[in-house]
Ligand binder design. Structure first.
Ligand code: AHG
Ligand code: MN
Ligand code: MN
Ligand code: MN
Length: 332
């Protein structure tokens, strides 16, 4: 069996479909290299002294883990000198990070969640990295926060790395979804999942049930119907999974279907949800839609939302089309 590396895959995509401009290809290669370095740190764990709290907080009001900070630094360092970026934004930084003046700048904007599911890191459960690529509006020498505030439908690429039993990289640039597995000995991402597709129907759902009493009526109704199983209006028994790492959840849905939900929470009426639109909701929605699934905030496509802030939150319903359409219809 001849193996197709990420580099070969990207070059062939560029040649065959012209869908992938060379500077975007190089940017994806750089992000993929950074994810390899993050995988290395995550996999070493206690042996490298990287577990536990950093002792600092982020703009989300969360305590940062050491690996939140390490992964953020790895992504910044790897991408700073590539010449393909105008600026970067991250869950772990309040403001965008500009490319230093002495370095070449490019036309893309990169957003990332450096370590997703970091509450799981100290207990050795899968975590990941999520990223999203936008184009900077033309004629902008030094991109500002405003330049990032584009709807997710304008993403030119998105992906995630999953640090689990296998390290995987899943990518889209609008021509389907492809998965790569890290060959640790060779240090190379190898194509293992072509044209990933979310099954249209499912019997599996993911939600943090401990928040049930805070959900709105449409979500109460929908989850009630799922829990009613065969005797309920949906006429089938459902299974439930909750990893508390969005990357692991989305990956499971890409492979065997399911519906993932993080709804709005009545405890915090000002916030539309917990997850962040620009570096969690949008890239995952792009991937799920490219794989034939659906992603909404209960009212509209996540990809159609006009963001008002870098760290804006969003309610998320994504996965198998039939289920996402049902729970979205209940919100109407
Ligand atoms: P992060 O670790 O990047 O802050 O994201 C955590 C997110 C997401 O990965 C997961 O789906 C969700 O938070 C889990 O939330 P609960 O702890 O409320 O279940
Ligand atoms: Mn966090
Ligand atoms: Mn996250
Ligand atoms: Mn994170």
């Amino acid at each position: 069996m001849s193996r197709i590396s990420l580099s070969r895959f990207l070059i062939e995509e560029q040649r065959q479909h012209g869908a992938l401009p060379p500077d975007l290809r190089l940017l994806i290669e750089t992000v993929a290299r950074a994810c390899k370095a993050i995988a290395h740190s995550v996999n070493k764990g206690a042996l490298a002294g990287v577990l536990g709290d950093a002792g600092t907080g982020n703009v989300q009001g969360e305590a940062q883990k050491k690996l939140d900070v390490i992964a953020n630094d790895i992504l910044l360092e790897a991408n700073e000198w590539g010449g393909n970026l105008g600026a970067m934004a991250s869950e772990e930084m309040e403001l965008p990070h500009s490319i230093p003046d002495h370095m070449p700048r490019g036309r893309y904007l990169l957003l990332f969640d450096p370590l997703d599911g970091s509450s799981n890191i100290d207990v050795n459960i899968s975590v990941g990295t999520i990223f999203s690529v936008l184009e900077a509006p033309e004629g902008n020498e030094q991109p500002t926060e405003q330049d990032f505030l584009q709807p997710g439908s304008r993403q030119v690429a998105a992906g995630y790395a999953l640090y689990g039993p296998q390290n995987m990289l899943v990518l889209t640039f609008g021509q389907g979804v492809y998965g790569f597995t890290l060959d640790r000995e060779l240090g190379s991402w190898v194509l293992t999942n072509s044209r990933m597709q979310v099954p249209e129907t499912t019997k599996e759902f993911s939600i943090n049930m401990s928040n049930q009493r805070h959900w709105e009526a449409p979500v109460q109704r929908y989850i009630g119907e799922l829990l009613a199983g065969q005797e309920g209006p949906l006429g089938k028994d459902y299974n439930m999974r909750w990893v508390a790492s969005m990357v692991a959840e989305v990956h499971r849905i890409l492979v065997r279907g399911g519906v993932f939900m993080y709804p709005k929470d009545a405890r915090d009426p000002g916030k539309p949800g917990k997850l962040r639109l620009m570096y969690e909701g949008n890239p995952m929605a792009f991937i799920i839609e490219q794989a034939g699934g659906a992603a909404t905030n209960g009212h509209q496509r996540i990809l159609d939302i006009q963001p008002n802030g870098l760290h804006e939150r969003v309610a998320v319903f994504l996965g198998s089309r039939e289920e996402v359409e049902r729970v979205t219809a209940y919100h109407a």
